[in-house]
Ligand binder design. Structure first.
Ligand SMILES: Cc1cc2nc3c(=O)[nH]c(=O)nc-3n(C[C@H](O)[C@H](O)[C@H](O)COP(=O)(O)O)c2cc1C
Length: 385
């Protein structure tokens, strides 16, 4: 028997799926990608609306990380969701995407220690669970500068950050989003609380895994009080080492977090599945412990995406970089057209170049016979998950 003969319950990339209250038209998600083109007030504008509308073939778009407060900012040009101008700017994006029939969530972001006084209000120190500097350099308006030792948040200050997330969630509603995704990965604030390498606290937010998960759950509950849990997603990246992140037991820690989030009935768990030989990590086990809608991300192509969905180990697949140069990615995946490469030099900052000027398929591409890459398809089927 064919090893990947579709199971009775299996679905492909182009079948509809229910996520929270929404019936999405397909299982292709545009993953959140910071592009750093906000204006001087950290507000998105017409160019953002055009960019996201071009990519509205995705069943779900997760818009780039938006800082929940001025304190949550870590890079020049990232948009916020804490001022009236920013809400009005985002409204252009949500209207444009809804006109084209897609759903759009906003990723809520607080960078924690991955910042610098030159990016902070009144030149303050960035904040974190513990006074431990991230390795590497911050990108500031004055050039690259080492990440400073951050200010360790007190319990009262933690409550204030949770309130920042709740206010941002309210603003995202006012801006017309369909839901929000908490950025719990990639070495930013929530991740800094989760992983032992950046959390040395001895109070209720540090120490054993159940304590380190507390901040994530408090934020989830505060944001769920605004949106209802079925419109709140959470993104994690259990073994991504970026930002000096590490934990002695990622499977135990993230299994516990996933279970607690599952019990709260959130819309989905979005997992950046870093692929390494070490540490070994079972994404399937993580998914089982969560028990709800699972979005897999990380280096997927059409074949691997299809294999993951048909084997039932993920419900949706999110694509990041492929969406940058291929605004009509869904159509390209459907017709097995070749994907165009993006120019990484134009990922961050600047204007329309490398942002909204990637064209959809031209006539030659549209009429080319679909290419079935047997080798890649076979490899995807054989991959051990
Ligand atoms: C330019 C760029 C910006 C990104 N910004 C974010 C972000 O704001 N939030 C986030 O969770 N991940 C971010 N990521 C990670 C992507 O969402 C995704 O996890 C990563 O690109 C791997 O998926 P891919 O192999 O499909 O590109 C970014 C990636 C890129 C390339």
């Amino acid at each position: 028997m064919d090893q990947i003969a579709p199971l009775a319950a299996a679905h492909g990339l182009f079948s509809p799926v229910r996520v929270g209250p929404y019936l999405l038209t397909n299982r292709v998600v545009m993953g959140p990608m910071t592009r750093r083109r906000a204006d001087a007030d950290d507000a998105p504008h017409a160019l953002h609306a055009e960019y996201y509308a071009q990519r509205a073939g995705a069943g779900l778009i997760v818009a780039e990380g938006a800082q929940v407060s001025p304190q949550g900012k870590g890079y020049p040009g990232t948009p916020g969701i804490h001022s009236a101008r920013q809400v009005a700017g985002w409204r252009q994006t949500t209207d444009a995407v809804h006109l084209r029939g897609a759903r759009i969530f906003l990723q809520l972001w607080h960078v924690g220690r991955v910042s610098h006084p030159k990016l902070q209000p009144d030149g303050a120190l960035p904040v974190a669970p513990s006074a431990l500097a991230a390795p590497g350099m911050a990108e500031t308006p004055a050039g690259e500068l080492p990440f400073p030792v951050p200010h360790e948040l007190s319990a009262a200050e933690i409550a204030d950050v949770v309130a920042q997330f709740a206010r941002a969630a309210e603003n995202a509603r006012a801006a017309g989003f369909d839901g929000v995704e908490l950025h719990g990965g990639n070495g930013f604030l929530i991740d800094q609380f989760l992983r032992a390498g950046s959390n040395r606290r001895t109070d209720a937010y540090g120490g054993r895994a159940a304590n380190r998960v507390r901040f994530l759950l408090e934020v989830t509950e505060a944001v769920s009080a605004v949106w209802g849990p079925s419109r709140v997603g959470v993104r994690i990246s259990p073994i991504n080492p970026w930002g000096g992140m590490h934990d002695p037991d990622p499977a135990g820690l993230f299994g516990l977090a996933a279970e607690a989030l599952g019990a709260r009935g959130i819309a989905y768990l979005h997992v950046a599945e870093t692929r390494t030989r070490r540490p070994m990590f079972s994404w399937s086990k993580l998914r089982r412990r969560f028990g709800g809608i699972y979005i897999a991300n990380g280096g997927f192509d059409r074949y691997r995406a299809d294999a993951a969905l048909r084997s039932g180990r993920a419900d949706l697949i999110s694509f990041g970089r492929a969406f940058i140069a291929n605004p009509d990615l869904v159509q390209r995946l459907r017709t097995r057209a070749t994907l165009r490469p993006a120019d990484p030099a134009l990922y961050y900052g600047g204007d329309a170049r490398g942002y909204t000027d990637y064209a959809p398929m031209d006539d030659a591409e549209r009429s080319a016979p679909p290419r079935y890459e047997w080798r890649r398809a076979a490899m995807a089927r054989l991959r051990w998950w």
